[in-house]
Design a protein around this ligand. Sequence first.
Ligand code: CAA
Length: 281
Amino acid sequence: MKSIAIVGAGIMGNGIAQVAAEGNYKVFLYDVNAEGLEKGIARIEKTLSRNVEKKKIDQSQSDEIHGRITPTGNINDLKDVDLVIEAIIEQIEPKKSLLTELDGICKPSTIFASNTSGLSITEMASAVRRSDKVIGMHFFNPVPVMQLVEIIRGEQTSDETFEIAHQVAERFNKTAISVKEAPLFAVNRILTPMINEAIFVLSEGIASAEDIDKGMMLGASHPIGPLALTDLIGLDTMLFVAETLYNETNDSKYRPAPLLKKYVRAGRLGRKSGQGFFTYD
Ligand code: CAA
């Protein structure tokens, strides 16, 4: 494994590109949206210069990491990479179309990993001929900080693909856990109902947003409250994730909080739009 392409330069994609470059891989960061790509690169530059200021790395290391990342809007640049990690919108159809397109472009040995938060890896693999080379590598936000990667095998994922995904996670300086394919895997299966419940508590007027978050930070030792965390993840992504759990299980206990839907419809998407449960500059 020498070269990795990340598809999607959003919150997750740019973080994955950074840790891949820090792991000494040659990285392509691909996005169809030129503005999104520019923003993603700017975000990486900001994190790297913060790390230089904090003396975690020196300027030449920062330049080297930066130099290993090639931004591109041309999908054909991905033809020779060893691994693609997709981090596009959290919906199955766009992910399947992307994989089908990549299947026709990338060399036969390229592995396709998805950073999905809980969609079926087996279904994604059905969109390509190389279904033994499709796997889930689920990172956590903010990627440069969070230590975990969940590794999820689809029905046809080979042992070799699984081993390689573990090795890559290690080179990214992350800790991997193996999780069976199931709606939302393990971490989000636990985290999402907690966040959804916090939104119900808010909408029922039981406590203010500030007090809900203060309560979970001081009463349960969470590093950040559930509503601020939703603002960090993005309310739209959180809604997609919550809907996956609800639709896949058909269990009403997982129904997404109506307030979450309402905020998403109003464009209150969290930090990225400047307003979610809280307001940002
Ligand atoms: N990129 C890079 N570095 C970042 C960062 C970012 N976006 N945000 C924060 N950091 C770094 C800071 O620079 C700081 O580094 P140092 O320790 O070297 O100074 C460190 O993280 C701590 O940051 P802060 O002091 O600013 O603030 P904090 O102590 O509140 O930490 C946090 C921020 C790391 C985000 C922390 O609040 C936290 O751990 N929150 C929980 C995050 C979490 O649960 N993520 C999982 C989300 S679920 C998910 O991602 C799955 C999904 O599929 C939906």
